[in-house]
Design a protein around this ligand. Structure first.
Ligand code: NAP
Length: 278
């Protein structure tokens, strides 16, 4: 039976450390979140970020725009936040409605306030191994592996999913740590052929039961980033029942990558704050 990697516990420790660090500050760091439309999952994620900010003493501001807002209006608003000295971190909650060009949004967020590491200049830094502001979910995956003493250097690691938010930056960060990385996606012909050869599988897709026990090697390490809602319950990409019998380590959904991602959001706000205040 696989050992469960407890993301919730790691996140609690990270938040406790941050709370202590912020206690002596008279002027607390602040996070501004832009939410366009009323996507149910986004509403939940934003609420979780707000709660976490309150827990550690980060000021939180939410700015809502209707689903049909013009792209230029959002761009102008981000520009204004960029210029405000009392705004330290900016998040534009994804997904955005189809008529808004995400790439324009990513380019507009000031690199100094870019909590999600979306800005091209921060991505370029990631590519060359400078990870001062690392994307929150990929960094959460690495934090969990580190906490459980799982070395990534030299390992065969399959990342399932290649999004700008998770799969792609995660693959880069694993390469930066000398892993041998295979990236799979929706056009990959035989997913199991790749996953069976992996020491570590990280799935970031959003399809329940995509990874099953017969697709992994004995003692593989399994990280489940996927989050889907099935019958009003949150579930990951991994068929937990069949996989936990064969794997050596596994994360659960909920309680795995999610809480550590939120803790990384908080830490990134403070890193942005420190960059701005010197
Ligand atoms: P996304 O932008 O929809 O990307 C999904 C990726 O999965 C794409 O690269 C897609 O391939 C690939 N894919 C789709 N079907 C596949 C299949 N059958 N086999 C292999 N690959 C397949 O999603 P995302 O933003 O990266 O998020 C991925 C999942 O992680 C979602 O469930 C999301 O809710 C969750 N998530 C969790 C956290 C957390 O903190 N726990 C944070 C962020 C996201 P193509 O590129 O070919 O389309």
């Amino acid at each position: 039976m696989a050992k469960i990697m407890n993301g919730k516990k790691i996140a609690e420790e990270m938040k406790a450390r941050l709370k202590k660090k912020l206690e002596p500050l008279e002027e607390k760091p602040s996070l501004s979140v832009i939410l366009v439309g009323n996507n149910k999952a986004s509403e939940i994620y934003v609420k979780m970020k707000e709660r976490a900010c309150n827990e550690v003493g980060i000021k939180f501001n939410l700015y809502r725009f209707p689903k049909n807002v013009q792209e230029d209006e959002v761009i102008d608003f981000i520009d204004r936040l960029n210029k405000k000295p009392d705004v330290n971190g900016i998040i534009v909650q994804l997904p955005l409605p189809g008529h808004i060009d995400e790439k324009r949004i990513f380019e507009t967020i000031s690199p100094l306030k870019d909590v999600d590491c979306f800005h091209p200049s921060n991505r370029w830094k990631l590519l060359i191994g400078l990870e001062d502001i690392a994307p929150c979910t990929p960094a959460a995956v690495l934090e969990i592996l580190k906490k459980y003493g799982i070395e990534v250097g030299g390992k065969n690691i399959v990342v399932v999913g290649r999004s700008y938010l998770v799969g792609q930056p995660l693959a880069i960060m694993l390469l930066n740590r000398n892993a041998t990385v295979t990236i799979c996606h929706s056009k990959t012909r035989n997913l199991a052929e790749h996953t069976k050869k992996a020491d570590i599988i990280i799935s970031a897709v959003g399809k329940p039961d995509l990874i099953k026990g017969d697709m992994i090697s004995k003692n593989a390490v399994i990280i489940d980033v996927g989050t889907s809602r099935v019958n009003n319950k949150i579930t990951g990409d991994v068929d937990f029942k069949s996989v936990e019998k064969k794997a050596s380590y596994i994360t659960k959904v909920p309680g795995g990558v999610g809480p550590v991602t939120i803790a990384n959001v908080l830490w990134n706000v403070v890193k942005c704050y420190e960059k701005q205040t010197g």
